[in-house]
Design a protein around this ligand. Structure first.
Ligand code: NAP
Ligand code: GLV
Length: 306
């Protein structure tokens, strides 16, 4: 069995070694143009040429949860596309989002400013009941985030495409429920996949439906958010601010207004990193499961887009 790897912005070498160790009976190598075709591929954002040179490819394993870059390519209809199914990402995402929500709720940025000025002053405690957090996307990551927020007793709303039930979460589903979901959520956390339906979904019309003082946390994809609309709503005082981990252009250009905006916190697409050992273990397990002719978790519906 041949396994090939291609990562757009990461050295494949430690992965080749780790996979070869975990899967001694396979021939594992990093792809170069013209390399012999493989049975399985492990990728992040490969070029079309990679796909075109793999006529016998059975499975395309993405080393991330979001497959939007893969679904831009022309893929043979028989090719199975498989996403990482948590593999250590959901706990990181829960950590990141809880940190961002709590930092905003407890006004820690303002305390930092006071500390730097040597100022000892208290702020009035805010009411948790007024800080419902709306998690947009209740999948592998969103559901974990919703559960983590409940530990801190924030009211939690959830929004998904199809109806869902998550204990303790007020669930909304479908486009017709979006206005009610937004109006009920003081903090909005985006954890939807990027698809034609969700591109630009965080725009002036939708973000205006958050309550006065709303706060936005985007940890999914930059193309969900119309960046100028967010800035306009913060500057006119409707929104209190945002924590953003993903951007329309990455790395975020040096002159981008997000960097200097006092109410926007920027991180470099790091909220839930791919963990190599966990990912290799998961992918090897899935190749073995497929080899036994059994079903696997994490198959992408390429028509639905996630
Ligand atoms: P997932 O398991 O596929 O879950 C996606 C959720 O979004 C599902 O609940 C789905 O609804 C919902 N959804 C999809 N389209 C929708 C629509 N049009 N309207 C309403 N809800 C919709 O995905 P995941 O593993 O949780 O990951 C989510 C995204 O996070 C990834 O696609 C990726 O872009 C991003 N991500 C970012 C980082 C980072 O470091 N910043 C790391 C990992 C992932 P149903 O339940 O009805 O299907
Ligand atoms: C990262 O952004 C991922 O999709 O895993």
């Amino acid at each position: 069995m041949n396994i090939t790897l291609f990562f757009a912005s990461l050295s494949p070498e430690p992965w080749v070694q780790g996979l070869q160790q975990a899967f001694p009976e396979a021939a594992v190598s990093a792809w170069v143009p013209g390399a012999p075709p493989a049975d399985h591929a492990i990728v992040w954002a490969p070029p079309q040429q990679f796909i075109d040179e793999q006529p016998g490819l059975q499975t395309l394993f993405n080393i991330g949860a979001g497959v939007d870059a893969l679904l831009q390519l022309r893929l043979p209809p028989s090719l199975k596309v498989v996403r990482l199914d948590d593999a250590g990402m959901s706990v990181q995402m829960a950590e990141y989002v809880c940190h961002a929500v709590i930092r905003h709720f407890r006004e820690f940025d303002a305390y930092d400013t006071d500390t730097q000025a040597g100022k000892w002053s208290f702020r009035k405690p805010r009411s948790r009941a007024d800080f419902a957090v709306g998690v947009m996307g209740l999948g592998v990551l969103g559901e974990r985030v919703a559960k983590a927020l409940q530990v801190f007793e924030f009211p939690v709303n959830g929004y998904s495409r199809s109806p869902k039930e998550v204990a303790g979460v007020r669930c909304f589903s479908g486009a017709q429920a979006l206005p009610d979901f937004l109006a009920a959520s003081r903090v909005l956390v985006n954890l939807m996949p990027l698809t034609p339906e969700t591109e630009n979904i965080l725009n002036h019309a939708t973000l205006s439906q958050l309550p006065q003082g709303g706060y936005v946390i985007n940890v999914a994809r930059g193309k969900h958010l119309v960046e100028d609309d967010l800035i306009a709503l913060i500057n006119k005082g409707h929104l209190a601010g945002a924590t953003l981990d993903v951007f329309r252009t990455e790395p975020l250009p040096a002159a981008h207004p997000f960097w200097q905006h006092p109410k926007i916190t920027v991180t470099p697409h790091t909220s839930a990193r791919t963990l190599r050992e966990e990912s290799i273990a998961q992918i090897v397990g899935k190749i073995r499961t497929l080899g036994r002719g059994e079903p696997i978790q994490g198959l992408v519906d390429t028509v639905r887009g996630y």
